[in-house]
Design a protein. Structure first.
Length: 210
């Protein structure tokens, strides 16, 4: 009996996640309402709270899927045998396309906030590592002098630089790149960053000039 109840609850949760995901994709996070979700999932409003803790935690589950999808996109973006520089460029361009093609879902993973005093589960916090984990390997080749913690922090900084350019462009702010130039500008940024990293490494290898 308990197994049947759990199976029904899991099926309901799946319908609710898909409904919320579809609505976020269409309207954005700010337009998400519990009644709209349950209507699309074809269940009673109160049923939502038997399958998930609340609406905010349902968004966590949607964001979890978005991060998983993004991870798959990034992992498949790098051609076999790519140099570290080529890898960086490929990752950045894949990230641009994901943000452009899935703007509302992409925005939700950064804009959603749980109620004050409520923290996201540790398993979900760990999922955000997908944003930088593909950067660490090529960066470790470009900067073999960095220890694991330094690599992680530097990868976060590199990601934040690319993310910021994309976010400003998508938000349409006057300092942002025009949409039609976004991919080109991100490519130029990555080129500058990777060239700078190589120059720094060579300078450190040569040592101070006499």
């Amino acid at each position: 009996m308990e197994n049947k109840r759990e199976t029904k609850r899991d099926a309901l949760r799946e319908r609710l996640i898909k409904a919320a995901e579809g609505l976020i994709k269409e309207r954005g996070l700010s337009g998400l309402k519990a009644r709209d979700i349950t209507t699309r999932a074809e269940c009673a409003l109160g049923a939502l709270y038997t399958a998930v803790e609340d609406l905010s935690h349902l968004v966590v589950l949607v964001n979890s899927r978005t991060l998983s999808h993004l991870g798959q996109v990034l992992r498949s973006a790098v051609p076999k045998g790519a140099t570290p520089e080529q890898t960086m460029h490929a990752l950045a361009q894949a990230y641009v396309q994901f943000a452009v093609n899935h703007t509302n879902l992409w925005s939700a993973i950064f804009n959603h906030r749980l109620p004050e005093g409520d923290e996201a589960p540790e398993w979900h916090q760990a999922e955000y590592a997908v944003l930088i984990q593909e950067i660490i390997a090529p960066l470790s080749v470009l900067r073999p002098d960095l220890d694991p913690e330094q690599l992680r922090q530097r990868s976060q900084t590199l990601f934040a630089s690319v993310h910021g350019v994309i976010q400003l462009s998508i938000q349409g702010l006057y300092v942002g790149a025009p949409p039609e130039r976004l991919a080109e500008e991100v490519d130029a940024l990555v080129e500058a960053m990777t060239r700078g990293i190589r120059l720094l490494e060579n300078k450190e290898m040569i040592g101070p000039q006499a």
